[in-house]
Design a protein around this ligand. Structure first.
Ligand code: MN
Length: 251
């Protein structure tokens, strides 16, 4: 059942997060929430199929096509989560401060480029691309714009949960080489910083009670390795040396 996992993880009498329901209609909005939980991360959500399809992106999205951002798919969130900004109390799932970092609309792109350019796709194509693990889309946001791909990582790494995707900016006029997300610590809803949303006293208490090291960092050898393989495969496809890999059957 959709949203079952979302509801199971939360105690709505304690958290200010919405309980929500599956919507009959989807408009095409996206939201990125900056979430100062156990580890700082960004939650990337696309409104689709009556819910918000969601990924936790430890380093956050980037406008630099050279960056391949690990994105862990998490449970679908209700559409009413879209403008949630505030603090999830200690002791609750995802405890910490949430900022609405970016909002806007998204559009599926057809998986087949025309004259080397991506063109708008259909709803059915979006559903199929998500299922296949290679979703291409165009964002019109306040911070994020242009063409992106969310690509599911395949393979059988030890410890892999099968929820790892990569969020990658495509080349276009919106790309920003060397994009530094830390320069943009401001809510698109309230113009507040994460510390301001948390409240100054709370923010101080927090920062001092947690080790500075490790926050927002992902150290995983398999990730670097997987990204290198992904790059190699893409290069080979581009050069026409090797046809795109056939989808592997799961055993
Ligand atoms: Mn989160």
């Amino acid at each position: 059942m959709p949203l079952e996992e979302y509801k199971r993880k939360r105690r709505f009498e304690e958290t200010p997060e919405p309980a929500g329901k599956v919507e009959k209609k989807s408009t095409h909005r996206f939201v990125v929430q900056k979430h100062d939980a156990t580890r700082l991360h960004y939650d990337f959500r696309l409104e689709m199929e009556g819910v918000l399809k969601s990924w936790a992106v430890p380093k956050g999205p980037s406008l630099d096509p050279a960056d391949k951002r690990l994105a862990m798919q998490v449970e679908d969130h209700p559409v009413s989560y879209f403008d949630f900004e505030g603090t999830i109390p200690e002791g609750n799932y995802g405890a910490g401060t949430v900022m609405v970092w970016d909002v806007g609309t998204w559009q599926p792109l057809s998986p087949v480029p025309v004259d080397g350019k991506y063109v708008p796709g259909t709803e059915a194509e979006a559903t199929a691309m998500l299922a296949k693990g290679d979703l291409k889309f165009r964002l019109k946001g306040k911070k994020l714009n242009g063409d992106f791909a969310m690509v599911k990582m395949k393979g059988r790494r030890p410890g892999s949960k099968g929820t790892e995707w990569l969020l990658i900016k495509k080349h276009d006029e919106y790309e920003v080489p060397g994009y530094d997300i830390d320069e943009y610590d401001e809510s698109v809803l309230s113009k507040r910083s994460l510390a301001e949303i948390a409240g100054d006293a709370g923010a101080r208490e927090w920062k001092s009670s947690r080790p500075a090291a490790g926050r927002g960092k992902v150290k995983a050898a398999w990730l670097a390795d997987a990204v290198a393989k992904f790059d190699k495969k893409k290069r080979e496809e581009k050069d026409g040396r090797k046809p795109p890999a056939k989808k592997k059957q799961k055993t």
